[in-house]
Design a protein around this ligand. Sequence first.
Ligand code: 5RP
Length: 260
Amino acid sequence: MTGELSPIDKAKFAAAKRSVDFVEDGMRVGLGTGSTAAWMVRCLGERVREEGLKIKGVPTSVRTAELARHVGIEVISLDEAKWLDLTIDGADEFDSDLNLIKGGGGALLQEKIVATASDMMIVITDTAKEVAHLGAFPLPVEVSPFGWQTSRALIEEALTNLDVMGREVTLRMNGDAAFVTDEGNHILDLHLNRIGNPRQLALVVNQIPGVVENGLFIDICDIVVIGHGDGRVELRDINAGTVEEDRIDFLESDNLFSDI
Ligand code: 5RP
């Protein structure tokens, strides 16, 4: 069955499958958004159904909530959970300090709140997302629809004083209309090419009126699980300073691919 998946999808699956080993009975788990996170939700659902694992999931988007319920995970809100043991999510880029760019799927606001309210954040990814410097992937910034053009102008002005290599800012579209997040906001994508000081950029952008949140996740991720197309996975723990290698057997997971 996995023969029908691309190497990138196999890599995403391998990372997702390995990441759910961190989930234990009784945990409250933040559930990320995106194609890698969707594999993780499926793998977690399989453990709930087959092992009777008892967990409560806090989704980071409407689509993740729908998938989680579909695969048998009990869904609660962050306010009900209050604090989480673990969040597992994908990313668009990560660097050697495990700082991230997220929000390619437009869910960065809930993702950042949920990850920050967790004892641990695990990022699941394929090898293509590792970078020496963040910024090749356009940085998503969620903005209020009211006055978004003013917010954009203020961001452009702020960028002239920041250590970045590009300064184009575009409104994310969904067909002919502006993309709308689950919170009813818009997304501005900042084409920076290279971010010299991600921490400073994140602080400056969040000071601009109309900016709700930016997609830089600084000092939030604890562990990155990097999947390869042949089933190898690498786990890097930034706090312990360890690197482990493991392997996922795709054949054991054949039932998860049956609806592809
Ligand atoms: C959604 C995100 C995703 O985690 C990110 O875009 C990665 O997505 P994918 O796993 O589909 O490559 O930040 O807002």
